[in-house]
Design a protein around this ligand. Structure first.
Ligand SMILES: Cc1cc2nc3c(=O)[nH]c(=O)nc-3n(C[C@H](O)[C@H](O)[C@H](O)COP(=O)(O)O)c2cc1C
Length: 329
């Protein structure tokens, strides 16, 4: 039985499952595969070197799917910020109408997307930020718990509590993000009032994901203890795979007197992280991964993954409803 929620209706998708933006991973092939499988694929704008390259990526995606897909724009602290407005304009001009925004001060971007009739899903790690984004007019909130890959914020609140608070306090639909990789997590999110789920790490480990096979196999072989937080001391925490480089970064951050960004700049370089996915050496640089690595045991096609989750969620919901025993009067 299909799961119909405010998210499936708003986005016109078959399943309320979003593939969150992923630097170096959210490229046309994966995005089209997720959308063709019935979820929402999301292209990562900043993976493309320029707004013009994003246009080409959008056109490539369109050649592979007729289904809806979105574009992620992530606003991160940076000395030389990328041309966010240029990426946004390129995507809107190419006809994209669904955006995932993440990061600091997205107000201007949200205003621009709403003025152009777009749907905005905004990622937040606190209920306070979720409420503020709702005031800016976003359509859906993506509530990222502490379990997530990438930036979990600084307050360390897990999905269970965040989502239960979202159910009580948010007036617009929200989806659950962080730590979900199977039907049980999917069903739990629905039980917590979410209109759907967002997954990153799980989609990284699919046939259509563009990363090196060794890295996919490394994820399969890993447990939930194989991630670590870096940039904690810089108040810009990121959950990444635990490897030689991330452990070195943590050691530098912990040394007496702490560390300046200069001390770790070379180790954490984004280009070095990108090469992990190309050369397949998991120790070559920093790469994002969530604790859901502990739930990932295979490398399926997106179509098979979503079909398994669709069947599984139905079973979990049925099993749960069988726990309710009608009293004999
Ligand atoms: C490899 C990777 C790269 C990511 N890059 C971004 C990014 O550029 N922007 C962003 O908003 N989120 C990024 N994320 C976070 C995901 O969109 C998503 O919120 C997160 O993965 C959800 O947690 P999960 O991995 O436990 O499913 C990334 C996640 C992964 C695994």
């Amino acid at each position: 039985m299909p799961i119909v929620t405010p998210l499936t209706k708003l986005l016109n998708i078959r399943m309320p499952i979003v593939q969150g933006g992923m630097q170096w991973v959210g490229v046309p092939k994966l995005v089209a595969a997720v959308s063709n499988a019935g979820g929402l694929g999301v292209l990562t704008a900043l993976t493309q070197p320029s707004p013009a390259a994003l246009r080409t990526a959008i056109q490539e995606t369109r050649k592979m799917t007729t289904k809806p897909f979105g574009v992620n724009i992530t606003l991160l602290p940076s000395i030389k910020p990328p041309d966010y407005a240029g990426y946004a304009r390129a995507a809107v001009e190419e006809g994209v109408r669904i955006f995932e925004t993440a990061g600091h001060s997205p107000g201007e971007l949200i205003k621009y997307f709403k003025a152009n009739g777009c749907i905005v899903i905004h990622k937040c790690t606190t209920i306070r930020h979720a409420k503020s984004a709702a005031k800016h007019g976003v359509d859906v909130l993506s509530i990222d718990g502490f379990e997530c890959a990438g930036h979990p914020g600084e307050e360390d609140i897990g999905g269970l509590v965040l989502l239960a608070r979202a159910a009580k306090e948010l007036q617009i639909p929200y989806i659950a993000s962080g730590g979900i990789a199977d039907a049980r997590g999917y069903a739990a999110a629905l039980a917590l009032g979410a209109a759907g789920i967002n997954m990153g790490t799980r989609f990284m480990c699919t046939v259509e994901s563009p990363i090196h096979q060794n890295i996919k196999e490394k994820i399969v072989a890993s447990s939930e203890q194989d991630t670590v937080h870096i940039f904690r001391t810089m108040h810009n925490t990121a959950r990444v795979f635990k490897n030689k480089i991330s452990m070195e970064v943590v050691a530098i951050e912990r040394r007496p007197g702490g560390a300046k960004f200069e001390d770790i700049r070379e180790l954490v370089s984004g280009q070095r992280g990108r090469l992990v996915y190309e050369n397949g050496d998991p120790d070559y640089g920093i790469w994002s991964a969530g604790i859901s690595v502990g739930l990932i045991n295979d490398i399926p096609m997106c179509e098979d993954l979503l079909r398994t989750m669709e069947k599984g969620v139905d079973e979990v919901i049925n099993d749960l409803s069988s726990l309710v025993v009608k009293s004999k009067l």
